[in-house]
Design a protein around this ligand. Structure first.
Ligand code: ATP
Ligand code: MG
Length: 720
C-alpha cells in the first residue's frame, strides 16, 4: 500500500484485517477461543474513529461484561491516544446490553410510564415485591415460591414478551395458569414505584422501538456502526433489539464462538448465529483460525474435549506457539488439600518471579470460592473475587443504599420499606401496615403516605413522632444533596439516622467489618460525579474487585472468565456432580451436558501457558463427606497432552482406571472419535507447518463444518 498502515492494523492477520476493514454491511466473525475476535473488534472500533467514518457517539459497541467494556475502552484509548475520549465527538456507546439499554431508557422512560430517574431493582428487591403480590393474590408462597415466578418472568422477558404475549401454555407453569396475571401485576407494581428490573431495561426499550417510529429512526440514524462481542450468548430480546437498531444501515458486526455459548440457562440462543445470516442477507462471514493465546498442548486438549459435542458448527484452529507444558491433571484427597495445593503452587510461582496477577482459579460454582478464600487468607496470599455482587450484597451496604435511594428518589417504595424501621424506631407492624394501606388506597408512594399519616391520629404519639422525624430527615438530606458532596452526604445520613450508632452498639464479631464496609462505600462513591450516577453504577455493576493496586490472584467462576486470559489457570473441582454440575446430570440428555462441556472448553482456553486441572476424591456436601469421581471431562482429555499425578498413595492407577478407555465409567455415553491416530502425531509437536506456511511448531486442529440441523461429527487432524 502507498500509505504506511496504522499500528492497530499492522499486527493483524489477514482475516482479522478483513473484519476490521469491511466496515459496510453485515459481518459475522465466527471463530474459536483466543483467535483474536475481541482484538479485531477493538481494532475495528479504533479504525472507524480514526478514519472518521463515524463520530464515537455514532458507534454502538456491546460487550458481555462491564469489565470487558472497560478493557475495550482502554484498548481503544491506547490505540487512539488521548484524543479518543471526550470532546465534541463524545464517547462511543460502549457497554453491556444492560448498561446501554439503561442509558437509552432513561431518555425515553415516559413512553413506558416511568420517570427518567427510575430505580433498577436487584434480585432481592424483586423477590420481596413478588412475594407481596403472591400473597395479595391469595396464593401460598410456600407452594408457589417467588423465586420460581421470578425465573419465569425473567424467561419471558428474555424472549421479549410483555404480559400479553404470554400464552396460556406458558402461564400454566405457575399457580395453575396464573403466571401471566401475576406478571402483569408485577409490571404494574414496578411502574407504580417507578422501578424496573434487569430484564425490563431491554424489554421496555424493545417496546419503545417497536411502537415509536420516531425513536427507532432516531437511533437507526445515530448508530452508523454496531458491534457485538460474545454474540453467541445473546438472548432473543437482545437479538430483536439489535436487529431493529441495525435494520436501516445494516452496518453490524458480530463476533462469537458457538463452542463458547454458556448462558442458555439465561435465555441465550446459539441459534442467533444462524439467524444472523438469514436476517441480514449477504452477510459476510469471516473465520479466524490462528490461536494466539494458548500453547499447543492446551489448545489440543480443549479442542478434543469440545469435539465430543454433537451440536457444533465446527472450526479449524492452529497455533504457532511453542509446545510448552502439558496440562497438569492432579488428583487430591479432599477440598482443603486442593486449596493447599493451589496455594503452594502459587507461592512457588511467586518465588520464581511470577506475579499474582498472572494466575486465576476458575470454579464451576460460586460456593467453591470459600475454601480458597479461607486458605489464602490464612497464608496471606492476596486475591480478588470477580463476578457477582458480593460487596454490594452485604446487608449493611444494602441498607445504606436504601437510604441513598430513598433520598434520591422519593417514590422508591422498596427503599423506603427497607429503612422505615432500620434501625428500629419504635414502629410496630400496625404502623407500617397503615402506611401501606394509605399508599395503596391513594395510589401514592409510601413516603408520601407516611408524611400524610403523621398529620392524622391514626398512629400512636410515639410512632408519629419517629416517623415524622424520618420523613423530615429524608427531605432535609435531599436538600443537602444539592450542596454536599455525596460521599459526605452518605456519612451524614448514616450518622444522623442512627445506623452507625446501631452498628457501634452491636457487640457481635461482624460489626467492625460492617462499619468498615460502610466507610468503603463512601469511598467508592467518590469516583462518581453524582449520587444518581453512583446508584446507577451499583445497580449495573457485575464485577467488583478490590482496587488497592497490588497484584492479586483472581478467583472467579468459569462463566465470569469468558473472554479473559491468564498465564496460569487452575481449574478446580473437576468431579462428577460439581463439573458437570449435579443439575446438568439430573436433567439428563445431551443438551445440558453439552453446555457443561462448552463451559469446560471455555475454562481450558482461558490458559495461556499453564493449565492445572484438579479433582478431589472427597467433598463435604451439606456437612457430609461424600466420595466423588473425576469429571468425565477429565476422561476426555487426550493422554498425549496431559501429565497426570495424584497425591494419594497408590491412588493414581485407581482414579485413572476410572476414566481410562479400558474401564470407562461413561462408556454408555456417546463420545466423539476425536482420539484418532492424529493425536498420537500431535505428541510429536515438531512437525512443520505444511499448510499455513508459518515457520515453527504448528499444531492444527480441524473440525469439519457440521450444521446444527444435521447430526454432526467432528474430525481432528494434526498438522497435515
Ligand atoms: P475468546 O474467544 O476467548 O473471547 P478472542 O477470540 O476474543 O478469545 P482475543 O482475546 O481477542 O481472542 O485474543 C487472544 C490473545 O491473542 C490476546 O492476548 C490478543 O492480544 C492476542 N492476539 C490477537 N490477535 C493477534 C495477532 N494478530 N497477533 C498477535 N497476537 C494477537
Ligand atoms: Mg473475546
Amino acid at each position: 500500500p502507498a500509505f504506511p498502515e496504522p499500528a492497530y492494523i499492522a499486527g493483524l492477520n489477514e482475516p482479522q484485517r478483513d473484519a476490521v476493514l469491511t466496515t459496510e454491511g453485515p459481518v459475522l466473525v465466527l471463530a474459536g477461543a483466543g483467535t483474536g475476535k475481541t482484538a479485531a473488534l477493538t481494532a475495528r472500533l479504533a479504525h472507524l474513529i480514526a478514519t472518521r467514518k463515524a463520530w464515537p457517539s455514532e458507534i454502538l459497541a456491546v460487550t458481555f461484561t462491564n469489565k470487558a467494556a472497560r478493557e475495550m475502552r482502554e484498548r481503544v484509548g491506547r490505540i487512539m491516544g488521548a484524543g479518543a475520549e471526550g470532546g465534541v465527538e463524545g464517547l462511543p456507546w460502549l457497554g453491556t446490553f444492560h448498561s446501554v439499554a439503561a442509558k437509552m431508557l432513561r431518555r425515553h422512560a415516559e413512553l413506558v410510564g416511568l420517570q427518567s430517574n427510575f430505580t433498577i431493582l436487584d434480585t432481592d428487591d424483586q423477590l420481596r415485591l413478588l412475594k407481596q403480590l403472591i400473597v395479595a393474590a391469595d396464593l401460598d408462597e410456600k407452594r408457589w415460591p417467588a423465586r420460581q415466578l421470578a425465573g419465569l418472568i425473567d424467561r419471558w422477558k428474555n424472549r421479549g414478551w410483555v404480559p400479553a404475549d404470554v400464552d396460556a401454555g406458558e402461564s400454566e407453569a405457575y399457580a395453575n395458569g396464573r403466571g401471566a396475571e401475576l406478571y402483569a401485576a408485577y409490571q404494574a407494581r414496578l411502574k407504580a414505584v417507578n422501578a424496573c428490573d434487569f430484564g425490563d431495561l431491554l424489554l421496555h426499550m424493545l417496546v419503545i422501538l417497536k411502537t415509536h417510529r420516531d425513536v427507532l429512526e432516531g437511533y437507526q440514524q445515530r448508530f452508523r456502526y454496531i458491534m457485538v462481542d460474545e454474540y453467541q450468548d445473546t438472548n432473543s430480546s437482545q437479538y430483536l433489539w439489535l436487529r431493529l437498531l441495525a435494520q436501516a444501515r445494516k452496518n453490524i458486526c458480530c463476533v462469537g464462538d458457538d463452542d463458547q455459548s454458556i448462558y442458555s440457562w439465561r435465555g441465550a440462543e446459539v441459534a442467533n448465529i444462524l439467524r444472523f445470516e438469514h436476517d441480514f442477507p449477504g452477510a459476510k462471514t469471516i473465520r479466524l483460525e490462528q490461536n494466539y493465546r494458548s500453547t499447543p498442548h492446551i489448545l489440543a486438549a480443549a479442542s478434543e474435549v469440545i469435539a465430543n459435542n454433537g451440536q457444533r458448527l465446527g472450526k479449524t484452529l492452529w497455533t504457532a506457539l511453542e509446545a510448552g507444558e502439558k496440562i497438569n491433571v492432579v488428583g487430591v484427597w479432599d477440598g482443603p488439600e486442593e486449596a493447599r495445593r493451589v496455594g503452594d503452587e502459587i507461592d512457588a510461582h511467586r518465588r520464581n518471579g511470577g506475579s499474582y496477577d498472572d494466575v486465576a482459579i476458575l470454579v464451576r460454582a460460586q460456593h467453591q470460592t470459600r475454601e480458597f478464600e479461607d486458605r489464602f487468607i490464612a497464608i496471606g496470599l492476596p486475591y480478588r473475587i470477580v463476578g457477582g455482587f458480593r460487596f454490594y450484597e452485604r446487608a449493611e451496604i444494602r441498607d445504606a443504599l436504601a437510604y441513598l435511594r430513598a433520598v434520591h428518589q422519593p417514590a422508591d417504595d422498596l427503599a423506603f420499606e427497607r429503612i422505615v424501621n432500620t434501625p428500629k424506631r419504635g414502629l410496630g407492624d400496625k404502623a407500617v401496615a397503615n402506611i401501606h394501606l394509605l399508599a395503596r388506597a391513594e395510589g401514592i408512594p409510601l413516603m408520601l403516605a407516611a408524611a400524610r399519616l403523621c398529620d392524622t391520629d391514626e398512629l400512636t404519639g410515639a410512632a408519629r413522632k419517629s416517623l415524622g422525624r424520618l420523613v423530615g430527615d429524608i427531605a432535609r438530606w435531599r436538600d443537602l444533596s444539592n450542596s454536599l458532596a455525596h460521599p459526605e452526604l452518605c456519612r451524614q445520613i448514616l450518622d444522623e439516622s442512627g445506623y452507625t450508632a446501631m452498628l457501634q452498639a452491636d457487640r457481635s464479631t461482624e460489626s467492625a467489618g460492617r462499619l468498615e464496609n460502610l466507610t468503603e462505600l463512601a469511598r467508592a462513591m467518590e469516583e462518581y460525579e453524582t449520587l444518581g450516577a453512583f446508584l446507577e453504577h451499583v445497580s449495573l455493576v457485575m464485577d467488583n474487585e478490590g482496587n488497592d493496586g497490588g497484584a492479586k490472584v483472581t478467583i472467579m467462576t468459569v462463566h465470569a472468565a469468558k473472554g479473559l486470559e491468564f498465564d496460569t489457570v487452575f481449574l478446580v473441582g473437576w468431579e462428577e456432580g460439581l463439573f458437570p454440575s449435579q443439575r446438568a446430570l439430573d436433567e439428563g440428555g445431551t443438551k445440558s451436558l453439552e453446555e457443561e462441556r462448552r463451559l469446560a472448553y471455555v475454562a481450558i482456553t482461558r490458559a495461556r501457558r499453564r493449565c492445572v486441572i484438579i479433582h478431589a476424591a472427597n467433598r463435604r456436601i451439606y456437612g457430609q463427606w461424600t466420595s466423588s469421581i473425576p469429571s468425565r471431562f477429565v476422561g476426555e482429555l487426550p493422554d498425549e497432552h496431559i501429565e497426570a499425578e495424584t497425591t494419594m498413595s497408590g491412588g493414581e492407577s485407581l482414579w485413572r482406571a476410572q476414566w481410562s478407555e479400558r474401564a470407562d465409567p461413561f462408556a454408555h455415553l456417546e463420545r466423539g472419535t476425536g482420539r484418532g491416530p492424529g493425536w498420537q502425531r500431535a505428541a510429536a509437536l515438531g512437525e512443520p507447518a505444511a499448510r499455513s506456511g508459518h515457520g515453527g511448531r504448528i499444531l492444527e486442529v480441524k473440525a469439519s463444518a457440521a450444521s446444527y440441523a444435521a447430526k454432526p461429527r467432528s474430525d481432528v487432524a494434526i498438522g497435515q
